[in-house]
Design a binder for this molecule. Structure first.
Ligand SMILES: [Zn+2]
Ligand SMILES: [Zn+2]
Length: 175
């Protein structure tokens, strides 16, 4: 979807946008399921462009980083974007440099040529940030046995660590 900035030229407009993202385009192998992303927000004029603020929410499934079980998650995040006309870019970035000490952080500006901005890539970028990193099915997940692959949360396998015996042999030799 293109965001038509012109619609907020005279007064703020409320926007909603639901979007289905493919797991392939997100390139996150641990993501095993993803529900449509929903965005609700308000677009308004600011100087010199526009500001869009709102809330994004979605849910999905990610693999436990230790045992690979699917773990459901839900995320709700406040998001905001600043849009400014690209013909002002040089001038505004110059100002920003001078006032850098006054700014609390770099303001991320999306520059536009006409009043249409591709919206889906902006949402996709935020979704990437909100997908849980190294999720666990539970804090004390025991993970999979590295030798036989058994889920150590549900079974006990008889694998022994082969390195232990070799260390013992080495100790006897050096004595
Ligand atoms: Zn787990
Ligand atoms: Zn095992």
């Amino acid at each position: 979807m293109n965001l038509n900035l012109e619609q907020a030229f005279d007064e703020p407009v409320d926007l909603s946008h639901d979007l289905e993202l493919s797991r392939e385009s997100l390139a996150r192998p641990e993501l095993t399921g993803l529900q449509p992303i929903s965005f609700r927000g308000r677009l308004q004029r600011s100087d010199p462009g526009f500001v869009l603020t709102g809330q994004m929410s979605f849910s999905g499934l990610v693999e436990c980083a230790r045992c690979l079980t699917d773990v459901p998650f839900t995320r709700t995040a406040d998001v905001s974007w600043t849009f400014a006309p690209s013909h002002r870019q040089r001038e505004l970035e110059g100002e920003e440099l001078e006032e850098r000490e006054l700014l609390e952080g770099d303001i991320d500006i999306t520059w536009y040529d006409d009043l249409q901005v591709p919206f889906d890539p902006l949402i996709e970028e935020q979704v990437q940030l909100e997908i849980p990193m190294k999720p666990l099915c539970r804090p004390d997940c025991k993970g999979l046995c590295p030798s036989c692959g058994a889920d150590r949360n549900t079974t006990t396998c008889s694998c022994v660590k082969p390195s232990d015996e070799r260390w013992d042999a080495l100790k006897t030799l050096t004595r």
